[in-house]
Structure formats: structure tokens, C-alpha cells
Ligand binder design. Structure first.
Ligand code: WTA
Length: 651
């Protein structure tokens, strides 16, 4: 890996920024970037204080950054604000009739909202939540397709100070239940359905299953997405409420709660190295300022833009760069509910042509999929409205970058390859469009306030090692819900607590550019989704025949990484297609169908060191069909030949 990447870096092409882009941009020159960057590192209080002053505060802060209780950093202490107020109300002054939100459903239905209409709908939603007994500090789970109510319900929670916990629509009942239990949600917001590849997803039915045993859940608020299936939705008397009924008599005004800077804004569960997902805690003011400023400069938002981030709101990208960052900048955002190949493979390009999208932000997996489908689909549509492209979620390989640049961007659009994490809240490493020289495959240079380093285990700077962040930044996580210890040990314990630990490997090249290699822990990044192998192993063991299993991620042409499972059955049981299907069914039902492995291999044993640790590197080599390398530390080297043989039998 290291050698492959190094030779790639040596041979890389560079792309120089376009002056015509820079001349109209919010940040106009590399000198300006350098000057602001230096200020953000040397005088963070001045830099972030000025950025924060572009937003609305009910009461000012006493200090910008409070480091008195490391690593429990506090930003804008003493201030009072509200992120919904800043996303919506603040824009009424100058953008009342500007479109805030354009929605297109998979069947082709559309709804649009001006900032005034978004205000009305958000207030109505906030009043409905209030009438259901939701108050500041209560946790609310949101399990919705990508429809306007997904955005509106998040904003409404923020408005009243309720903590939203959005759960991606692809998660299955057990995954949802675990999240609801951990955060003791009082309310679940869902819908009767949603569309994906022409099929209706019965989200309410999944929620009915998920909430069994969740005693904290008092009400389920159901949005009517699908008129035809609504008759069949099971509504439990006293618990389940239709949104259109509950909201019918609600006012379209609602005073925003004055939130303390460090009041919790949302929880977002993400995979960790243990079996249970962790509830990443984000708070109000720092997150607001961080997403606001990064969106302003990295996506160069102007009033004329139509901005489309293709992520689902169930992921951090959806929180920070579908909803909060763009609306804080008064942008017009597009959301699309469905699949990119429905009804045909030109659907995304059709959306860009139809709505004259000027900024597109998507994931490398999607780009590689489009590449495979062929140029004829994007070429069949007019994409000249695009002026800026973004990439996120996984390393982008140079071939995909170059295709994106040429076929989608018409060689005129800068590409911002943005590295960040659920935990970081906002983009950390990225080019500034029109300003930074780009190299395909590199996320380039740090954003303002971000002080990265590539370190050895001992904490020395190196050109290839672990990516670490030296200073706190406003949108950083404030903790793990109900688990303060895990926050400190997981993120601030390496290198004597002097750095934030990212779990990513990285290279820093001779120009100081960062190249993210990928995760160093047992998280697999499949199509930009963070999947925990420990969680998969936990689900697999619930099959009565399974004795032990190991899941790994291996390189995959389209998905970046794909999952492979190696399963040992209990004595006396035989592996078969039937058992494989049963295990996959369990994974799909408990965790979500997107976690079903590419291949599931039955084996007699797993490669273990003498101390009993599974050598995942060897399993990865088998899945990637590489030389096995050194197997001398294995307790029993013969094991590996057997596994390789069983693996190949499935070709
Ligand atoms: C990976 C998504 C390379 C990385 C915003 C990180 C990337 C994990 C990039 C976080 C990128 C994200 N280049 N790798 N531009 N962006 N990653 O929490 O491994 O879903 O640690 O946040 O995705 O995934 P998460």
C-alpha cells in the first residue's frame, strides 16, 4: 500500500486553479488563504470571533476558546444563539422569497420552499413537537426518507432545543433500537413510506419493530409520504400520530429557544471499534460557526447558486453540508429522494440540467459507479450550469478524480476533495476552490484553524503515519453520549493527549499536501459508509450454528472497500448456500442490507497469532488475491492455505 501510494504521488499531475473562478470567489488568492490560515492558527480567538460575528447571537460570548478543562474544550462560552434561527430567520431579511429548498421525489414529484415557507413549515413543525410534549434537551429520533420533512424536522428540533438523532433510512430494526435505547428518545419521527428504485420502503413497519422494548418512546410521529399505502399503516392508538393531523391547527410562528453555546445540538451514531455504535455529541455554537465558514469558503456559496450535496441526512455529510452549512449561508439546496439509476442511469444528470445545479458534492463510490455506467449518460444532459465539484467519504482514486473533472466538470470546475469525519463535524482538509493547486487523490491542505500532523506511534513527525490534529477546532465532537471515558481514551490519549487521534493513515508529501490512505482501525469504509467489523461479528454469532467469525474490508473497484466474512461453524454443522443465506438475512435484518458482505466463506479455523489475535491482514491478502507474506507468527501456518482454498472455491 505504502509503495503503491508513494509512486502514485511521485507521478501525480497537478491542476492549477482557474483565475476566472478565483476572481469571483469568496476567497480570491492563495496569499489570502495563507494569511487567514496563519491567523487562524496563531490567533484563533480573533479569527473565529470574526467568523462568528457574521451570524446572529442573542447574547455575546465571554471567551472564544476555553481550554481550561482539556480535552473538554468549550467554544463561545457564555453566548446564546440558535442554529435554526441562523439558518432560517436570519435569511428572511434579505432572502425571504429566495428558494431555500428544492425537493424531487423518486417518482418525479416536486416541492419547493422559499425561505419564508421554510420558516412557516419549521415553526409549524416546532409547535407540533411542542404539543407532543417535546422540550429543550429531549432526544428525538428521526428515521425518514430524504424528503423535505427530514430537513424541517431537524430544524424544528434545533429551534426548540430538542436533540435530534437522525438514523439513516438503510438501518434495520436492531440498529435503530440500539440507537434509541442508548439515547432514550422520547419521540420517533418517521413516515409511512419512501421510494427507492421504484419500491416503497415501509419505514413505519420497521419502526414498529425497532421500538419494541424502548420504554422511553412515548409517541411516534408519522409523516404521510405515500398516500396509497397510508391506509395500511398500523397506527397504535395513543402512541402514533399522523403529522398532517397533529400539525393542522398549529401556528406558523414559534420563538427560537435561546441555546447556550455548549448546549447539545444533536447526536449522531457512528461505528467504533467495539460492537456498539457510539453517539457522537455535537453542540450548538462551535458546530454552527465551523459548518458556516467551511461551507462559505470550500463551496464558495453565492446567492445565485443551486447547491446539491447528494448525501442522505442520516450521515454527518447530510447534517453539515446538506442542511446546516448551506442554509447558514442562505443557499438554495436541492434534495433528491431516490436512487441514481431510477428510472434510468441519467437521473442525476437530469436533475442537474433541470434545476441548473451549480455545485455538486458527492462520494467517490458514486463517481466510480457513474464511470462504469458510461459517459453517454452524463453526455446526454446539459451540465454547463456546474461550476464546482466536491468529493467526500473515502479516498478518491486519481482515475475517478480525472473522470469527474473531465466528464462532469467539463474541465472547468475545481474539485474539492474534502477529508473529515462524523467526529470532526466540519471539513478539515480540502482545497479552496480556484485558489489551491490540486493533485488528484490528495485532499491537499488544512482548512482554517486545523493544525494536522502525520505522526509515528512515538509521536514524531513523519511522511507516512497516523493523521493527528494538534489544536481544537469549533465543530469538533464534545464527547460520546453517556460515555465520557470513551471520548478521552478514543480520541485524546495517544501521544500524551497532545493530539486528536483520527484513526486514519496519511502521507504528507514534499509540498505539505495530505494524502489520506484510510482507516487504521477495524472500521471498513464501504461505499463511504463506516461499518464496524465487530458489529458484524456480533450479529453473525447470533446464528445458532456459528462458533466464531471474522470480517474484514478489502479493496474493491467501485465501493473502495468491500466486506468479506470468514465463519467457523460449531462442530457437527456443515456450511452451505442455505446457511450463508440465513447469516446474510440476519445481518440484513439486524443491521441493514448495506452491511451484507460481498462474500461469506466457511472455514475450519482463523489465522491467529500465538496469543490468539486474529491476523486480519492475512485475510485481507486472501480477499485481495495478494501474496500472503510473512505467516511465521501464526500459531498454525497451514490454516491460511485452507482458507485461501475455500475462498477461491466461491469464484
Ligand atoms: C474517510 C464522513 C479519504 C476517512 C465525512 C474518515 C476520507 C472516515 C475522506 C470518516 C476523503 C472521509 N479522503 N478518506 N476525502 N473523507 N474519509 O465519519 O477514513 O462517515 O476517517 O465521515 O471516512 O467517515 P464518516
Amino acid at each position: 500500500m505504502e509503495e503503491d501510494k508513494k509512486s502514485l504521488i511521485d507521478q501525480t499531475q497537478t491542476f492549477h486553479p482557474s483565475h476566472s473562478f478565483a476572481s469571483q470567489a469568496n476567497l480570491k488568492s492563495f496569499d489570502e488563504y495563507q494569511r487567514l490560515y496563519d491567523e487562524s492558527i496563531n490567533s484563533p480567538d480573533t479569527f473565529w470571533g470574526r467568523a462568528a460575528n457574521e451570524l446572529h447571537w442573542f447574547e455575546p460570548w465571554r471567551s472564544v476558546l476555553d481550554q481550561s478543562d482539556k480535552p473538554n474544550f468549550k467554544w463561545f462560552s457564555g453566548a446564546k444563539t440558535n442554529i435554526c434561527y441562523n439558518c432560517v430567520d436570519r435569511n428572511l431579511e434579505t432572502r425571504e422569497n429566495k428558494l431555500a429548498l428544492i425537493f424531487e421525489g423518486e417518482p418525479g414529484d416536486t416541492r419547493v420552499f422559499t425561505y419564508r415557507q421554510l420558516f412557516d413549515e419549521t415553526c409549524k413543525f416546532a409547535n407540533t413537537l411542542f404539543s407532543l410534549g417535546i422540550r429543550k434537551g429531549d432526544r428525538v429520533a428521526i428515521y425518514l426518507p430524504l424528503i423535505p420533512e427530514a430537513v424541517i424536522s431537524m430544524l424544528a428540533c434545533a429551534r426548540i432545543g430538542a436533540i435530534h438523532s437522525v438514523i439513516f433510512g438503510g438501518f434495520a430494526a436492531d440498529s435503530i433500537r440500539g440507537r434509541i435505547l442508548d439515547s432514550t428518545c422520547k419521540l420517533v419521527i418517521t413516515s409511512d413510506g419512501g421510494y427507492r428504485r421504484g419500491k416503497n420502503l415501509h419505514m413505519k413497519t420497521i419502526i414498529d419493530d425497532a421500538v419494541t422494548g424502548c420504554s422511553s418512546v412515548e409517541k411516534i410521529l408519522v409523516i404521510r409520504r405515500d398516500n396509497t399505502s397510508s391506509q395500511n399503516v398500523n397506527m397504535q392508538e395513543g402512541r402514533d400520530v399522523w403529522y398532517h393531523e397533529a400539525s393542522a391547527d398549529k401556528l406558523t410562528t414559534h420563538e427560537s429557544e435561546h441555546m447556550d453555546a455548549e448546549d447539545m445540538l444533536f447526536l449522531l451514531y457512528t461505528s467504533g471499534t467495539t460492537g456498539t455504535p457510539k453517539g457522537i455529541v455535537h453542540t450548538t455554537a462551535g458546530y454552527m460557526v465551523g459548518t458556516y465558514l467551511s461551507t462559505k469558503y470550500i463551496f464558495d456559496i453565492h446567492d445565485s447558486d443551486i447547491y446539491w450535496c447528494t448525501a442522505d441526512v442520516g450521515w454527518i455529510t447530510g447534517h453539515s453540508y446538506v442542511v446546516y452549512g448551506p442554509l447558514l449561508n442562505g443557499a438554495t439546496i436541492l434534495i433528491y429522494e431516490g436512487a441514481p439509476d431510477y428510472p434510468n442511469k441519467a437521473r442525476y444528470w437530469d436533475l442537474i440540467e433541470k434545476y441548473r445545479v451549480s455545485i455538486m458534492y458527492t462520494a467517490p463510490t458514486a463517481i466510480r459507479t457513474f464511470m462504469k455506467w458510461g459517459d453517454e449518460f452524463p453526455n446526454s444532459k446539459n451540465l454547463t450550469s456546474l461550476r464546482l465539484l466536491g468529493s467526500v467519504g473515502e479516498p478518491i482514486n486519481p482515475a475517478a478524480w480525472l473522470w469527474y473533472h473531465k466528464v462532469i466538470g467539463g474541465e472547468r470546475c475545481p474539485i474539492v476533495d474534502t477529508w473529515w469525519q462524523t467526529e470532526t463535524g466540519s471539513i478539515m482538509i480540502s482545497p479552496i476552490p480556484g485558489v489551491t493547486i490540486t493533485k488528484p487523490g490528495s485532499a491537499t491542505l488544512p482548512f482554517f484553524g486545523v493544525d494536522p500532523a502525520v505522526l509515528t506511534d512515538e509521536g514524531n513527525e513523519t511522511d507516512y503515519g497516523t493523521l493527528a490534529i494538534r489544536k481544537p477546532w469549533p465543530a469538533m465532537l464534545r464527547g460520546i453520549y453517556q460515555n465520557p471515558g470513551r471520548y478521552v481514551t478514543g480520541y485524546w490519549s495517544n501521544w500524551g493527549g497532545a493530539y486528536y487521534y483520527t484513526s486514519d493513515g496519511a502521507i504528507k508529501d514534499q509540498n505539505g499536501y495530505y494524502w489520506i490512505i484510510g482507516r487504521l482501525d477495524d472500521i471498513v469504509n464501504v461505499a463511504g459508509h463506516r461499518i464496524s467489523t465487530a458489529e458484524l461479528e456480533g450479529a453473525t454469532i447470533t446464528h445458532p450454528w456459528v462458533a466464531e467469525s471474522a470480517f474484514i474490508g478489502a479493496d474493491h473497484d467501485i465501493k473502495g472497500q468491500a466486506l468479506f466474512g470468514f465463519v467457523i461453524l460449531k462442530a457437527g454443522f456443515q456450511g452451505s448456500d442455505q446457511v450463508r443465506a440465513e447469516i446474510n438475512e440476519i445481518i440484513g435484518r439486524k443491521l441493514g442490507r448495506f452491511e451484507i458482505p460481498e462474500r461469506l466463506v466457511f472455514v475450519n479455523d482463523l489465522p491467529k497469532t500465538r496469543s490468539g489475535k486474529i491476523m486480519r491482514r492475512l485475510l485481507r491478502n486472501i480477499a485481495e488475491r495478494k501474496e500472503l507474506g510473512n505467516t511465521s507468527t501464526l500459531a498454525d501456518p497451514a490454516v491460511i492455505d485452507h482458507i485461501a482454498e475455500e475462498f477461491r472455491k466461491l469464484d
